[in-house]
Design a protein around this ligand. Structure first.
Ligand SMILES: [Ca+2]
Length: 484
């Protein structure tokens, strides 16, 4: 910052107090010093920000303070929120793993990429025709790393190193797609669950003892990545395998909470967040690094005491808010006020264009669905969400839309699975199919989607129906291939 205001102020004061030669010389010395201060102190060119995205698997909205009040401590996530902003209305467009991750990394809806649901072993996954955030940032000079669950395809052309990541480690898909699956072990046992580092398989097959180390290994790789790349802008993506079932934590956290395995796992994730924060601080990167903390979808409540918590209706695998609304904390000390909270709605498809804007990176040549929402994230008072609507789907079914401001949510008539009996200790529960008719919910006054107000607000409903039809025509008229 040039200190011209300070210089002018000082000049006025200086001139008014010149009475003697000694005063005059003293004043001149002060004036010259101030001039020197103003003219040699050139503005620093700020490096492009670093980005760290911690994306949990199946963590519920209320699993961490300050979103919920879990009985286990989560001091590091809480501290992240105190140093940044908590976003109460953050959405993912589909509450299932691969679809949610494809949307985060491409800025496009599942209906657009045609990545629906959860990809199984040997899936081709996300079409290379779609650019990923890592590719776009890498083109801008960023170093990129992903340490965690990939789940966007495990074929040669769809693995992380082929999709814009310089470094990678972890699992290619969900940690329950293995021979120990409680219901489908024989099926998933056909393909060994493997642990990869860069382009090599390091552990084949992954066993329970290996799963207990996943959170630790992902964290160690993340810290090493930060330490080695502190001098260049980087994009670090940490999509933890936990707390997706089967739950595992290392010996250092086993039994630590005294509240069961889920709580132990969450304490270890909290530890991981603390380690990343410390590494940024130690390397002097904290101020210019944006850390985003969220989850790919809501809790998998089928697993009862092995699932997280949400305040909202239903959970993972539905388009109700229990599935699609995730906790979200963004910390970026240089630009975002600490200890703030925002009710502005936005969606994971907006992350790519926003980060590209901050990095000065180009967007893909085709039109993406997300928009740059930096003003909204930065808390600018006049900021408004640029979307008319956000769309939600479950697998290949387009089910609902919400107005861009997050106020009105319209469910198209659709069936959904609702839990009738939760499982325990790693065993799934029982679902039954329910049906919702065309329904409008006022999310400000009814965030739990309980009271259908379509008769009171027919025009709101008609407008959202019109937008839903547009979305359907655009992305669901032909499911056979991606529509760039
Ligand atoms: Ca998930």
């Amino acid at each position: 910052m040039c200190k011209m205001g300070y210089v002018l102020d000082l000049r006025e004061k200086t001139m008014s107090f010149i009475q003697t030669r000694r005063d005059f010389l003293k004043a001149m010395a002060l004036f010259v010093a101030a001039q020197g201060l103003s003219c040699t102190h050139k503005p620093k060119t700020r490096k492009p920000p670093n980005f760290v995205v911690v994306f949990l698997d199946d963590s519920g909205w209320a699993d961490f303070r300050p979103f919920g009040l879990p009985r286990y401590p989560t001091p590091n996530v809480n501290s992240l929120a105190q140093q940044g902003c908590r976003f109460n209305n953050f959405y993912v467009p589909q509450a299932v793993c691969s679809a949610s991750r494809a949307s985060l990394l491409t800025g496009c809806y599942p209906g657009h990429t045609k990545v629906f649901g959860a990809l199984g072993p040997r899936a081709r996954g996300l079409s290379p025709e779609f650019s990923t955030i890592s590719e776009l940032l890498k083109a801008q000079g960023y170093t990129t790393g992903v340490f965690g669950k990939w789940h966007l395809g495990d074929q040669p052309e769809t693995r992380p190193l082929e999709r814009g990541f310089d470094e990678a480690c972890g699992l290619m898909y969900s940690n329950d797609m293995w021979s120990f699956h409680p219901r489908s072990g024989e099926y998933f046992g056909q393909w060994p669950l493997q642990y990869w580092e860069n382009s090599k398989i390091i552990i084949d097959p992954v066993l329970p003892k290996d799963q207990s180390m996943l959170t630790t290994w992902y964290t160690e790789h993340a810290l090493d990545f930060i330490n080695r790349h502190k001098d260049k802008p980087f994009f670090l993506y940490v999509p933890h395998s936990m707390p997706h079932v089967p739950l595992f934590c290392s010996d250092k956290f086993k039994g630590k909470s005294g509240l069961g395995l889920y709580a132990d796992v969450m304490m270890e994730i909290d530890w991981s967040v603390g380690q990343i924060t410390k590494a940024l601080r130690k390397n002097g990167l904290e101020d210019n690094t944006m850390v985003i903390f969220s989850s790919d979808n809501g809790p998998w409540i089928s697993y009862g005491n092995h699932a997280g918590k949400t305040h909202f209706r239903e959970a993972k695998g539905t388009s109700f808010d229990g599935g699609t609304r995730s906790c979200c904390i963004i910390k970026y000390p240089a630009k975002i006020k600490p200890n703030t909270s925002s009710d502005q709605a936005f969606c994971s498809i907006d992350i790519l264009p926003t980060l590209c804007y901050l990095a000065g990176a180009s967007l893909p040549a085709y039109e993406i669905d997300g928009r740059n929402i930096w003003d909204l994230i930065a808390g600018k008072p006049e900021a408004k969400n640029p979307h008319k609507y956000y769309a939600f789907s479950t697998n290949s079914r387009f089910e609902s839309v919400i107005s861009g401001d997050g106020r009105w949510k319209l469910h198209l008539p659709h069936k959904y699975a609702t839990l009738v009996k939760a499982g325990r200790d790693g065993m799934p529960g029982k679902y039954e199919l329910n049906q919702i008719e065309l329904s409008l919910f006022d999310m400000r006054n009814d965030p739990y989607e309980r009271f259908n107000v379509i008769d009171q607000y027919p025009q709101r409903a008609a407008e959202l129906q019109r937008l839903a039809q547009q979305h359907k025509n655009r992305y669901y008229s032909d499911d056979s291939k991606p529509a760039l």
